[in-house]
Every structure is written in C-alpha cells, then in structure tokens.
Ligand binder design. Structure first.
Ligand SMILES: Cc1cc2nc3c(=O)[nH]c(=O)nc-3n(C[C@H](O)[C@H](O)[C@H](O)COP(=O)(O)O)c2cc1C
Length: 355
C-alpha cells in the first residue's frame, strides 16, 4: 500500500482490544466537524467502510438492516453486522415498523458491540414505507417517538437517528421532530435535506440546516446530508450553517479519497490533487480483494460493480476497461485488468481487451 492509501491508517487502533476500544464518537460531539460515510445498501459494506476510514472518514455506518431479519437471525442480517475493529467508530443502522422488532433488533445489534445504533427514519422506498418503516414515521411523529424511545430503552449504547425533512412540503416539521427525538434520548440527528416525496429529485435544501441548528433548546449534534460532493460544500456547511458533521453518500462510491481531500481542505484551505490513475486502480484492486475476502468470490465481485464507474471515471479508454471488467466473474481476471491497465490505447489490445 503506498503513501496515499496510508493516509489516516488506523495504526493507533490496532493495539486496542475489543473491551477497551471505545474511541470517542465524533458525531456525538457538538462542533466536532466530523465527516462521515453514509449508510448505503449494497455499498457501505465492511470492505468499503475500511477503505473510507483509511482515507479519513471519521465515522462509518453499516447498510440499513431490517429489524425483522435481525430478530429471526437471518444469515444476511448477521453478515451485515460483521465489522473489523479498524472501522470504529461504527454505527449499526436498523429499520422497521414494529416496536417489538425494533426492541429485539437493538438488543441483537448491541450484542455485536458497535459504538452506537442508528435508526433509519428516512428510507423513501415504497416496500419499506408500506410496512411503516423508514420515512413512514415522518407521517406520524407519535409513532416515531415511540419507536425511537423503544430503541433507546433497549440499549446502553448511544442511539442516533437519520431522517428527512418531512413527508412532503406540507409536513416539514423537522424542528419539532428534532426536539422530540432529543427528549427521548437520541444523541445525534442526521438529516437528508429532502422530503420523502422528493425522493432524490431536485436539490437538497441546505437552508434547513441553519434553521435547524438555530432551534432554541436543540442541543444534540446535527449532521447534514444530501448532495455534498466537494470540499467547498463541506466548508460552506460547517461555516454557514453551524452543523456538527456532514455525511456523504453517493459521492464516495468508487471515490473513497473524497474524505482525504475534504479533510485536508478543511484543515489547510488547499486542494489536494486527485490520486493518479495507478493509485486509483490500485485502490480499486484492494477493495475488490477485500470484497471477495469478506463476501466470497461471487458476491464479492458483484458488490464491486457499483464502484468501478467512479474509480475509472475520466481515464482514457476507461469505458472499455469497465466493459471488460463487467463481463468477468473471477477476481483474478479483474485484478489482471485493473493492475495491467495503461492509459495509452495500444496496451488495451495487448492485455486482451477487445476495443
Ligand atoms: C445506493 C444507496 C443506498 C442507500 N442505502 C441507505 C441505507 O441503507 N440507509 C440510509 O439511511 N440511507 C441510505 N441511502 C441514502 C444515503 O445514506 C443518503 O442519505 C442519500 O444518498 C443522500 O446523500 P448523498 O447526496 O450524499 O448521496 C442510500 C443511498 C444510496 C444511493
């Protein structure tokens, strides 16, 4: 691993045993200016979380995990709760529409020894919402209050919440919701600055972060989320809205060095150059190997498919490389393509890529 990849390696964590690990959890500290990796289904798995921590992410979250699947001890849910010590501080994110299931799931999640538990009150997907889970609670703050209180009661770990501005434009009550969550013991709140009705359309409405941070009596840390893609965005949000943390989702996919770039900019005001093509492909190869080690070859290769586009973006002839990679099912074949790739057109045919 070269010096770029070594950035923020967690060497300081390697000697720590599970019992005495408990690092400070930046997202739980007001004014920490933490930069965190968003929970993302089929993206924020353990290999990618490690990658992002190595590149400077202050906190990471698991993909969301169904409380119903957790309490029936499904293999997939157990696997999603597996993490390495080097990923800490880490939150396990759970969702569900039944208090009993959320209570049980919080207990099981706690037994996996994460640093905190996050509740998903933001997922807009219909099949989740129709079971009263995810953003469904935005239509019914009473239900949200009971659900959050249930999870807080179930665990000794800190509980955080991730939600959206409201169900739709007519029901934006994020101030009241934030105060209510604080009153039941939630320790930090992440807000994706869109409504459920918006889905991913339009722009995230960052003006709500200042509005929220200025709420009288609201003490818990606020983490801003939605459309954050550049160091300037990060600085703007910290300086102009007063949020305590920022959470980045889509812009990290195939681009984990975004954490390094943003944190360097926040500290120095300088923009780091992007990693070289060689460094990017090497990082991609590292992630592929970890992905296969974690998921097994078949699923490990599939999980990487979302990431190649950005790792390869902007590289001359990259689209051919990507097309070839997508056809392969064996890790060794993909590694060969990644590590032997040269930007000039000629070597493509030499390494067997059909141009
Ligand atoms: C592929 C994908 C999967 C996601 N899965 C989750 C999830 O499991 N839990 C969650 O709270 N949000 C999930 N989200 C939402 C993101 O965490 C985030 O709120 C959203 O993408 C907006 O942030 P961004 O503009 O930085 O991407 C997901 C988003 C994407 C694109």
């Amino acid at each position: 691993m070269d010096s770029f990849l070594n950035f923020a390696m967690n060497s300081n964590l390697s000697h720590i045993s599970p019992e005495d690990h408990k690092p400070t959890i930046p997202v739980l500290q007001g004014g920490s200016r933490s930069v965190v990796l968003a929970p993302m289904e089929d993206v924020s798995d353990s290999p990618f979380r490690q990658m992002c921590r190595n590149q400077g992410a202050d906190v990471v979250y698991t993909e969301f995990i169904s409380s119903e699947a957790i309490i029936r001890a499904s293999e997939a849910s157990k696997h999603k709760m597996v993490f390495e010590e080097a990923e800490r501080p880490l939150g396990i994110q759970i969702f569900g529409g039944r208090e009993e299931a959320m209570y049980g799931a919080a207990k099981v999640a706690e037994a996996n020894n994460p640093d905190f538990i996050d509740i998903n009150f933001g997922c807009p997907v219909y099949k989740i919402v129709k079971k009263n889970a995810g953003s469904a609670c935005l239509r019914d703050p009473g239900m949200m209050e009971r659900m959050a209180g249930t999870v807080v009661d179930a665990t000794h770990l800190p509980v955080t919440v991730k939600t959206r501005l409201g169900w739709d434009d007519q029901s934006i009550r994020i101030r009241e919701i934030a105060l209510m969550l604080q009153s039941v013991g939630v320790k930090a709140l992440t807000v994706h600055a869109r409504t459920r009705s918006q889905g991913y359309k339009g722009e995230a409405r960052w003006e709500y972060f200042k509005y929220l941070r200025d709420t009288p009596g609201l003490e818990i840390p606020i983490i801003a989320n939605g459309d954050i893609t550049t160091p300037e965005h990060a600085r703007y949000l910290f300086d102009e809205t007063g949020v305590d943390g920022i959470m980045i989702g889509r812009a990290t996919i195939g681009n984990p060095w975004i954490f390094r770039v943003i944190k360097h900019y926040l500290e120095t005001g300088e923009k780091l150059p992007s990693p070289t093509i060689g460094e990017r492909l090497e990082m991609c190869a590292d992630q592929l190997q970890s992905s296969v080690a974690h998921h097994g070859e078949r699923y490990g290769v599939i999980m990487m498919k979302k990431h190649y586009g950005n790792y390869i973006k902007g590289i001359r002839n990259g689209k051919y490389l990507r097309m070839e990679i997508m056809k392969k099912e064996r890790m060794e074949d993909i590694l060969e393509l990644l590590l032997n790739f040269r930007e000039e057109p000629e070597p493509l045919s030499r390494i067997g890529v059909a141009v």
